[in-house]
Design a protein around this ligand. Sequence first.
Ligand SMILES: *Cc1c(COP(=O)(O)O)cnc(C)c1O
Length: 425
Amino acid sequence: MSRQRINTICVQGGYRPGNGEPRQVPIIQSTTFKYDTSEDMGKLFDLEAAGYFYSRLQNPTCDHVAAKIAQLEGGSAGMLTSSGQAANFFALFNICETGSHIVASSTIYGGTFNLISVTMAKMGIDVTFVSPTASEEELDAAFRENTRAMFGETIANPALTVLDIEKFARVAHRHGVPLIVDNTFPTPVNCRPIEWGADIVTHSTTKYMDGHGSAVGGAIVDSGNFDWMVHADKYPGLTTPDESYHGIVYAEKFGQGGAFITKATSQLMRDFGCVQSPQSAFLLNLGLESLHVRMPRHCETALAVAKFLAAHPKVESVTYPHLPGDASYDLAMKYMPDGGCGVVSFVVSGGRSAAESFMKKLKTAAIETHVADARTCCLNPATSTHRQMNEEQLAAAGIPAGMVRLSCGLEDREDLIEDLEQALA
Ligand SMILES: *Cc1c(COP(=O)(O)O)cnc(C)c1O
């Protein structure tokens, strides 16, 4: 069969029922699996046979959904995790250890910034943050002998900068390391980073993939394009024997397309247990079935809202990659000509108190710490996530006190614009 198109994969990817089997992905709500002999089970423990024995490592429901996401991204293998945080941690820690170094874009999700700069620093893993608009020479200069990964977000949350994936991939590969891209905001419907040179793609499935604010989750997809054996000295975890599995060498036994995800499952999932529940995976799959229908609507609405706000006298500035004139506009057109995401940020004139009273008057948009679901929501960082900062500190962090992050949902865009209009008035 020829490679299916993206909409078909959203609906049917990852699971193909046999004769008389359930049409919908079954929820295998079982921690454990039964075998006839100890030898049968032993083969699974030795990674000599594929199969299920304990849902902390793998569960069929999760695997069907992971296979769909891998297919959507055009990757060779995929896995689900309990959250986006777990996905990014596993993607990095699968190839980093004490003494390693990471080069990461500075405009990434706050949780990931904290994970890398504080928690992974405690594990002895260093990071150099680079501007997403840095030149190739500046990016080159950030690399060291011990650099093991480069990291960025296709559309950064909440900065809304677009990553120049081809440029980052070119630099990463010149230094013999993979590029990991968090593709949460555009989703594979709008951008497939592997097609532009990314080696590993991660997701917070909590956002558009679920799309209904119902289940926290994450995913990792490997492109299968990075040749670990060529850089064997850098990645001993993939290219030298794992004694916990009788000396298996992942890159040999599971090949270039299977090594990364197999190692992340059989070591990191085994040891950390950040597993997605089958129930959550089922909900995630329902979201995926309509992802290709929902994304264009989120994007059309966000562009209309961004245009309305940009023309409003009480709005100082608007950031939206697909708004002509935006700093990321050219990159947005290159990497996602059909649209990016439904999140718009803008600055209300009058600072913190104006933003606060504006948001109080909103009726359709709710104040929430969330983005990317069916219901429109908004947040003023100065009075919520960055509440402890004074005006000077906010300015230094590049977060104007009057900034509002608005995640456009699936309601009528006229209702959203009317709501914004009355609140601004
Ligand atoms: C939300 C988010 C995360 C973290 O995901 P959780 O599912 O909340 O753990 C990571 N990256 C991006 C871009 C996000 O928006």
